[in-house]
Write a protein that binds this ligand. Structure first.
Ligand code: TXA
Ligand code: MG
Length: 350
């Protein structure tokens, strides 16, 4: 009922020195700021300041058991926070800066507020590539905790206007640097499991997960077999909440490995019908590869383009006059796996 924070007049400033200066001043003062990354817009706060992190949770209305991703400038900064094994190091070297999040043991001397990790013994960490987030990391000199900049349970924002629609009045500043490039949240990896599929695909990860099968650059005849069987932890993805076996975290029984994988996490407010070949009465139709429908994710049937436009299409569909939404089938290959994962969550109703 009463808002946890005083209401804000949410300002949007175009990316540039002035915007980053104001954003950094707010971060230092303990206020969260919305800032684009190459995946989606994040709501960033100083990860070492528990009061600032609490304001992220308050602005999002997010359950506090759901931990946040820590963003840092480079691998050296990440190694001060998390313990890297060989595979993690190879992944970091291959894909950072970029849309890959690694869940790793939290170092005792990391200095990260325990609200960020929700008391888990692990931390999710990534080195973003986007100039705005990187400029903010440089200007503040602090690791920044940043979930997607939407109210809890809503669709992740890929444009500044999406942030304002979702969090307007609840945060002080949105730095606007246009639409995000990848359009889907980062791939999350723990050990050799993909906790959340994303822009870095299973194919790209397998050579690091299974180095003996991939002795050199290039293809392997067994790649497609592995694709079908190994890396995406479908069981965990499907059930959402899974007890994490044998991790020494503080939450005890029912400890969550990837709590953000709640099935309702990416929901628009309207019913969503998947694998639809055509619109039924009253439906907003999101096409793929046909140029038809109210919007087409990629008339040329390009999956990367579809990933980049998916959330914007869902936002538009949600804001439209139509009572419900239908989406054309999207091939579940490459980044199409992540697209289908987000669509399945968006369609899920309890
Ligand atoms: O692309 C992205 O990852 C964006 C941008 C802003 O970086 N961030 C993002 O954050 O998607 P968020 O909070 O919406 O999703 C973070 C996910 C959640 O599913 C959370 O449960 C998971 O990361 N996570 C965080 N810490 C974890 C941990 N220690 N173990 C397992 N999962 C963790
Ligand atoms: Mg999110």
């Amino acid at each position: 009922m009463t808002a946890p924070n005083p209401p804000f007049e949410t300002r949007t400033l175009p990316y540039g020195e002035a915007a980053i200066g104001e954003a950094a001043a707010l971060i230092v003062a303990g206020q969260p700021v919305a800032i684009p990354t190459e995946t989606v817009y994040g709501l960033a706060a100083d990860a070492t300041d528990s009061a600032a992190v609490a304001r992220i949770y308050a602005a999002k209305g997010r359950p506090s058991f759901n931990p946040l991703i820590v963003h840092v400038l480079d691998l050296a900064a990440a190694q001060k926070i998390a313990a890297f094994d060989t595979v993690a190091l190879q992944l970091a070297e291959a894909f950072w800066p970029g849309p890959l999040t690694l869940v790793l043991p939290l170092r005792a001397d990391a200095g990260i507020a325990s609200l960020v990790t929700a008391g888990l013994g692990t931390v999710a960490i990534r080195v973003p590539a986007h100039r705005a987030m990187r400029a903010l990391l440089e200007a503040t000199g602090q690791p920044l905790a940043a979930p997607s900049a939407n109210a809890s349970g809503g669709i992740s924002p890929t444009r500044a206007a999406h942030v304002v629609a979702s969090l307007g009045g609840r945060i002080a500043l949105v730095v606007d640097d246009g639409a995000t490039e990848a359009g889907l949240e980062s791939t999350i990896v723990q050990g050799r499991s993909i906790l959340r599929p994303g822009p870095i695909t299973a194919d790209q990860l397998h050579r690091y997960f299974f180095p003996l099968v991939f002795p050199s650059e290039g293809r392997s005849p067994v790649a497609s077999v592995l694709e079908a069987s190994a890396a995406v932890d479908h069981d965990r993805l499907a059930t959402g909440l899974r007890p994490s076996p044998g991790t020494g975290s503080g939450l005890g029984k029912g400890t969550i490995t990837a709590p953000g994988q709640l099935e309702s996490h990416y929901a628009p407010s309207k019913p969503l019908r998947l694998n639809a070949t055509h619109a039924q009465a009253g439906e907003y139709f999101i096409g793929f590869g046909s140029g038809s429908g109210d919007i087409d994710l990629s008339p040329a049937a390009n999956l990367s383009e579809a990933a980049a436009t998916l959330f914007d299409a869902l936002h538009r569909a949600d804001a439209s006059d139509s009572a419900s939404i239908a989406v054309a089938p999207i091939p579940a290959t490459g980044i199409g796996v992540a697209i289908n994962d987000r669509l399945a969550r968006a369609a899920h109703r309890d």
